[in-house]
Write a new protein. Sequence first.
Length: 40
Amino acid sequence: MAEQTSVKQQVVKDFTLEIPVKDIEQSAKWYVDYLGFELV
């Protein structure tokens, strides 16, 4: 379980550092779907 959490944190870290500006709306939706919280 700890390993899964670590992987998830790494994915989130990479995602936030490399977020494509042109895809920011879709990426925001991906955040909500993947992490389960609203950005607004």
